[in-house]
Design a protein around this ligand. Sequence first.
Ligand SMILES: Nc1ncnc2c1ncn2[C@@H]1O[C@H](COP(=O)(O)OP(=O)(O)OP(=O)(O)O)[C@@H](O)[C@H]1O
Length: 326
Amino acid sequence: MTVTASRLPHAESGARQAIQVRGLHKSFGEQVVLNGIDLSIPQGSVFSLLGPNGAGKTTVVRILATLTPPDSGTVLVDGNDLATSPGAVRGSIGVTGQFSAVDGFLTAEENLLLMGDLWHLPKRECRSRAQELLELFGLTDTGKKPVMTFSGGMKRRLDLAMTLAGSPRIIFLDEPTTGLDPRSRRNMWELIERLVHDQAVTIFLTTQYLEEADRLADQIAVLDGGRIVAQGTGEQLKSQVPGGHVVLTFADTTTMDAAASRLGENVTRNPDTFTLNVPSDNSASSVRDLLARIEADTVTQFSLHSPDLDDVFLALTGQAGGEAKR
Ligand SMILES: Nc1ncnc2c1ncn2[C@@H]1O[C@H](COP(=O)(O)OP(=O)(O)OP(=O)(O)O)[C@@H](O)[C@H]1O
């Protein structure tokens, strides 16, 4: 099945762009990793880059964060040209995740003070910012303990807190919840949502968890074979793949079979639960047409199922998403 790449929906919106990328190329030796990437990410939004292992997500983050030079292409971060003003780019970004700066021998508070120092914050501001961040990230009680005693979730929270010490306008979160248990992952999601809501930062998120992208991101792009193969909101991406269906439940086999014979061969019967699965795009008109073809009064329950991002990922890349592999 082919899914066509959608246009860049926000490029026309007129919103100020936090990140603009045009024609980005990067090869390592013979291996072409990025083969012409275009991105426009509006300020104050959450953007998620998805892709199978080795697709080049970290390479994109490293290029945008000035850690790896691109071969060609133009990149503007917070209005600054990466090629001519890398220092200004570094001044407006924070990077967490696979390049964690957390020092396990120091306490959480000391780590935060060190970051404030690196950002040349005055001593007093440094202390108040550290306290503020410990509180924001639920680390006040453990602030004086060495980080090596922290759980994975606490370390990730501290990592994100340290990124915020410099008050960045754009934050790169490279797989921020990989390896966390479901509860810690949800905690991180709530923190990220609060950051975007309260501080209007722009988030560039890479993740293996499609559910994470679906929950947090305003825009999702799928990177595969060196190119962005689809981009849009979670809903837009899901609407591009088949998998939507209506589930009709009946009181008994007789009414179920009567409906099945009127609906034709695409219907899947589940005799154990007296249900029929009927492929549908779930639009109001197709659901209305469907009900008009059967004795609607015999339906005891009715539900719509949309494809999830896993279906999208599979259709686009031929691989299951990270969550599915676990
Ligand atoms: N410094 C480097 N030298 C040579 N090859 C590299 C280098 N960095 C990345 N690569 C290669 O580029 C490709 C993309 O790597 P990258 O880490 O960007 O992918 P990814 O999408 O982040 O993968 P994952 O989901 O596994 O973290 C991989 O094949 C990787 O081996």
